[in-house]
Design a protein around this ligand. Structure first.
Ligand code: AMP
Length: 221
């Protein structure tokens, strides 16, 4: 699942993973876990994440490959936030090819930059399970408290307005490079991420219908 920070790719990736009965693997979540656990990878990643920069490719790829080698990943995964550079995409493809596997589809969720800034700087995340809320678009019933599990809501350090702009400036060019990479490979699907929430889901399933075996023919309308 490809998209700028704030394009809604995590929400869509989780939905798709559930539908396909596959694991949702988000590189950002893996890094946040590693930071919270204080591992060597986490300590190294933290300095990049804090300033909105991309973590070096070698660290990211090592972490993703480690995750994909686990038995839970055998049925395939929905990747979210990876690859973020052309080098990551190329290295990943080469590594999959060695195992006789491949990326089946790359979905790009497109959202304009001004809308991304608006969405990201209003975003609040629940501490316990990562449920997402938005100050104006989807506020919680009680301010500062998650509707689903009652845990505290917080703003990610890198969702503060000054970091949001830095993140976009640094992360959009390599993301477009990755989008081009998959377009050249003939497996890119594009979905307009600024449509109504339910319409994005529908467009996504329709786009994927030809590529994946979706239960109940959900996407074949
Ligand atoms: P995310 O939750 O996807 O926005 O990721 C949070 C942060 O983790 C990003 O701003 C990057 O610093 C880092 N990160 C996540 N995925 C990658 C990746 N594939 N390549 C490099 N850095 C990454």
């Amino acid at each position: 699942m490809l998209g700028a920070p704030g394009a809604g790719k995590s929400t869509r990736a989780k939905m798709l993973a559930e539908l396909l009965g596959q694991q949702h693997v988000a590189s950002g979540d893996l890094f946040r876990e590693a930071v919270a656990l204080g591992t060597a990878q986490g300590r190294e990643a933290k300095s990049y994440m804090g300033r909105g920069a991309l973590v070096p490719d070698a660290i990211v790829i090592g972490m993703i490959e480690d995750r994909l080698s686990r038995p839970e990943a055998a049925a395939g995964v929905v990747l979210d936030g990876f690859p973020r550079t052309r080098a990551q995409a190329e290295t990943f493809d080469a590594s999959l090819a060695r195992r006789g596997e491949r990326v089946t589809a790359a979905v790009y969720i497109g959202v304009r930059e001004a809308e991304l800034v608006r969405r990201l700087s209003g975003r609040w995340v629940c501490r316990a399970n990562g449920h997402l809320f938005h100050a104006t678009d989807g506020p919680p019933k009680v301010p500062g408290v998650c509707d689903h599990d009652g845990s505290e809501l917080y703003q990610r350090d890198d969702d503060r307005p000054e970091t949001v702009r830095a993140r976009l400036e640094q992360q959009l060019p390599p993301m477009f490079d990755v989008v081009d990479y998959y377009r050249e490979a003939g497996i890119l699907l594009t979905v307009d991420g600024e449509q109504e929430f339910a319409q994005v889901r529908e467009s996504l399933l329709r786009a994927l219908g030809g590529q994946l075996q979706l239960p109940g023919g959900a996407a074949r309308t």
